[in-house]
Design a protein around this ligand. Structure first.
Ligand SMILES: Cc1cc2nc3c(=O)[nH]c(=O)nc-3n(C[C@H](O)[C@H](O)[C@H](O)COP(=O)(O)OP(=O)(O)OC[C@H]3O[C@@H](n4cnc5c(N)ncnc54)[C@H](O)[C@@H]3O)c2cc1C
Length: 483
């Protein structure tokens, strides 16, 4: 049986940047990447053409396949280390919403890796323009206003690929990996890893087209399964006793409001990350993944859940901005199942919406009534996700989550006038699953020898840039092990 130097489960940004970097150092002759989805040129989402979700087979095209969740992402590349930090402003390293990767690396190394990785994106055609590094005085004024409301505003330079351009960029990377003879298996699900004497030696797969099973053996196995694979990873950790720390789940809504209300934030920063701990619970509530002139989208997960997300194109524009408002849920003894909790909440919202994303006006929530189709027809903010079903999300989101979100919106209105406009729309469920955080050593290796974990799946990162960085970092580690 053929023995690979390296087998990577998943082909998201973390995985493909790992392969890219191994090519640079000539250690790529014997690598196998496996993904349950399709190659990037075959990935197509009917919703992007104004149709309903068709539950794509074998897997959702939005989140699976070459470049993972990156292919249809908004493509915001966050580079926290750049110019804004020179004046002693926020020192904030990490991907969207922070990243545990910084616990394994020095600040100098992260900065070097971010610059290096940013240059790879530029090489494959990322827009040279940076947002968020120009209007420093204006940003400072908004920060001061936010402080008065006990809200932190974190600002940093952002590069914006745009959904359609992200697709093209990742297609070029796929071509590059093919030209360099990286082996890629698509529409193939990894069902298990093979462990002998506490050492990972291979993977068990199922071909999703013909149902055949195979085993592939490798000297190094990398789990790069993204949030899509959070449940798979969690089960794997339980089965093989891979050490983890209790993780969290972020539950909230996708909030849609007019570009006009958000015009200063959009212009000065492109994306503002507002973080608060509203009364009375003190839970962390934050804005995340802001999409000026964007579109709300939906994605289907294997457990059958339909979750809301958002993105924006480089050229095609709506007149609405969308962003998520997420509440971090950390549980305490005796409860230790954050993924199951998030799934249950999402499933209940899906049930109420007939398996589609639900949408409700802020004003209706405050008045204690559901939103009807006719309410939306007369609403100034028109939903950009046309398949969303109007209803009452408060039947399914917990009291604590709803209170956190509503109190946050109220405070935000004092910073951004119109943020609490009753015609603004709340879509649910928006849930960010992270498997329990996989415990790694400084070589990003788990307690199972030769088994590594990178990217969002094991909770190491939470965004495109840092997921890509984690791949580059692991390549540098593995290049010393591969002959
Ligand atoms: C609509 C949308 C917009 C986004 N916008 C942004 C943004 O603007 N900026 C930003 O920083 N981030 C954004 N993100 C998040 C970003 O895409 C992720 O942080 C990033 O893709 C994580 O990379 P990854 O390599 O860890 O995993 P992923 O990209 O999630 O890839 C994991 C891959 O593993 C595969 N996989 C999982 N389990 C298995 C298995 N058992 N067998 C085989 N294959 C498996 C999946 O099919 C998937 O292709 C967005 C995400 C979405 C969905």
């Amino acid at each position: 049986m053929k023995m690979y130097d390296l087998i990577v489960v998943g082909m998201g940004p973390s995985s493909i940047f790992l392969a890219y970097e191994l090519i640079q150092v000539g250690k790529h002759k014997n690598i196998l990447l496996i993904d349950q989805g399709k190659s990037v040129e075959k990935r197509f989402c009917p919703i992007s053409k104004g149709k309903k979700c068709l539950n794509c087979k074998p897997k959702c095209n939005i989140t699976c396949g070459f470049s993972g969740a990156g292919a249809f992402s908004d493509g915001k590349l966050n580079s926290y280390h750049m110019t804004l930090r020179e004046d002693g402003e926020d020192i904030y390293l990490g991907g969207n919403g922070g990243s545990y990767l910084k616990e394994y690396l020095s600040e100098t190394e992260i900065n070097e890796l971010l610059t290096y990785t940013d240059n790879i994106y530029l090489k494959f055609g990322a827009d040279k323009k940076l947002y968020g590094n120009k209007y420093l005085d204006e940003i400072k004024k908004i920060k001061n206003k936010a402080k008065k409301e006990n809200i932190d505003l974190v600002s940093f330079p952002i590069r914006h690929l745009g959904t359609e351009k992200a697709h093209i960029l990742y297609a070029k990377i796929e071509e590059y990996l093919k030209e360099n003879n990286i082996n890629m298996l698509f529409e193939t699900e990894v069902e298990d890893i093979i462990v002998e004497n506490n050492k990972a030696i291979g993977v068990k797969t199922k071909n999703l087209i013909d149902g055949t099973n195979e085993e592939y053996m490798g000297s190094n196995i990398v789990l790069a399964v993204g949030r899509k694979g959070a449940r798979f990873l969690s089960d794997l950790c339980n089965k093989h006793k891979i050490e983890t720390k209790l993780g969290s789940v972020d539950i909230g809504v996708r909030y849609e409001l007019s570009d006009e209300v958000m015009k200063n934030i959009n212009k000065y920063m492109y994306e503002g990350k507002f973080i608060a701990r509203p009364y009375p619970y003190g839970d962390k509530v934050r804005t995340f993944c802001q999409n000026p002139s964007g579109y709300v989208s939906s994605e289907v997960y294997e457990n059958g859940l339909t979750l809301v997300n958002g993105h924006s194109y480089k050229d095609k524009k709506s007149t609405n901005t969308n962003l998520s408002i997420l509440v971090s849920h950390h549980f305490t003894y005796p409860f230790d199942k954050p993924i199951e909790y998030g799934e249950d909440v999402a499933r209940n919202v899906n049930r109420l919406g007939g398996n589609a994303i639900m949408v409700q006006r802020l004003g209706d929530i405050l008045r204690g009534k559901r939103t009807w189709e006719s309410d939306l027809e007369n609403n100034k903010i028109k939903p950009t996700l046309i398949s969303a079903v109007p209803g009452d999300i408060t039947f399914a989101l917990g009291y604590r989550t709803m209170t956190d979100i509503l109190n946050f919106i109220k405070s935000m209105d004092k910073i951004v006038e119109g943020f609490a406009n009753p015609e603004n729309l709340l879509y649910a469920p928006e849930v960010k699953f992270y498997s329990n955080e996989v415990v790694l050593n400084k070589d990003l290796e788990t307690n199972i020898k030769n088994l590594y974990s990178i990217g969002d799946g094991g909770g190491l990162t939470t965004g495109l840039m840092m997921a890509s960085v984690s791949g580059v970092k692991l390549a540098r580690i593995l290049s010393k092990k591969i002959n």
